[in-house]
Design a protein around this ligand. Structure first.
Ligand code: AMP
Length: 112
């Protein structure tokens, strides 16, 4: 399977690691949209949040357990935003589930 995030997890494509545990890998986004922009991915290839079911939801739970630790490691105590894009209309460009962790500054107006 040709997946850039699987290749990053496997170390075949370089990345700046922020966090890693049994279930997830987090790395600096190559094109940051905020002062702090980290991408958090499950270590299993899941296409998007639209493909979560009982058999793989543990990855999402573990990622959300890791998020406060990652945010603390990045010194985001003043707040941050977590976003996941899904599919064509959601403007998802990489078809491996990922959560954008944005912060480090006052973020632009939210859309929801
Ligand atoms: P999305 O548009 O929600 O699918 O987000 C994909 C994100 O992956 C974008 O913010 C890209 O900048 C980021 N990205 C793509 N390739 C890399 C890479 N090799 N290293 C780090 N971030 C990447």
């Amino acid at each position: 399977m040709d997946c850039i995030f699987c290749a990053i997890i496997a170390g075949e494509i370089p990345s700046t690691k922020v966090w890693e545990d049994e279930y997830c890998y987090a790395f600096k986004d190559i094109a940051p949209l905020a002062k702090e922009h980290t991408v958090i991915v499950p270590k299993a290839h899941i296409e998007s949040a639209d493909k979560i079911y009982a058999g793989n939801s543990v990855y999402v739970a573990k990622i959300f357990e890791a998020i406060p630790k990652i945010a603390a490691a990045l010194d985001l105590g003043d707040g941050y935003r977590v976003i996941t894009n899904i599919g064509e209309n959601g403007c998802q460009s990489v078809k491996h589930l990922h959560f954008h962790l944005l912060g480090g500054e006052k973020l632009p107006e939210k859309i929801v």
